[in-house]
Design a binder for this molecule. Structure first.
Ligand code: 3PG
Length: 186
């Protein structure tokens, strides 16, 4: 199954809020803000010492939230995420080592790509659902339109610099499956 069936996860969650959590008291307000927007999905970045604990807490207390993890860059992190039982993994890029570890983990995953060669490399591994990152720095909507002509088989989740006034335009593109970013909780 391609990328452990990431498309099944993303098609239910057109908005993927990217959050960085430093302490337990931040969790409840973040989840409440998301629920108010009807968003039942979260991507917790592995950018703080508290991130793994935050994942465990959300997994235990908020069963209605689809629990994702971002900024995953090495195989040790993937092993810990298997133990926690997260719902999906986001990575800023892709290496062969990571690809095989992701597949073995059985967790749905979406790797990042921003250039044509990176997209082609991902396609060689059989990945057709990619995070377009950092979207705003690599051409944004215009780039995605061009990639739609060149790589019609690829679906993207643009992330990076997307905001309240641009996310709908991204979502309207045929080759965009969902949109990620931190604006939803700011
Ligand atoms: C990130 O890596 O921090 C995400 O891409 C979110 O980016 P944003 O803060 O620009 O939405």
């Amino acid at each position: 199954m391609k990328q452990n069936n990431i498309q099944e996860v993303l098609k239910n969650h057109p908005l993927v809020p990217v959050v960085t959590i430093h302490s337990e008291d931040e969790i409840e307000p973040i989840i409440s803000a998301l629920r108010k927007r009807n968003v039942y999905c979260i991507e917790v970045t592995l950018r703080t010492d508290f991130a793994f604990e935050a994942l465990r807490i959300i997994k235990d207390r908020y069963s209605d939230i689809t629990l994702g993890v971002g900024t995953v860059v090495n195989t040790q992190q993937i092993d810990e995420l298997v133990e926690i039982g997260v719902d999906f993994i986001v990575s800023p890029g892709l290496t062969s080592r990571l690809y095989y570890h992701f597949m073995t983990s059985k967790i749905p995953f979406i790797p990042g790509a921003s250039t044509p060669s990176e997209i082609m490399q991902a396609l060689e591994y059989g990945c057709d659902t990619l995070k377009f990152f950092p979207a705003n720095l690599f051409g944004g909507i215009k780039a995605l339109k061009t990639y739609g002509n060149v790589f019609p088989q690829v679906k993207f989740c643009p992330t990076g610099g997307v905001n309240e006034s641009t996310f709908e335009e991204y979502l309207d593109l045929d080759n965009v499956i969902s949109v990620g970013g931190s604006w939803m909780t700011k």
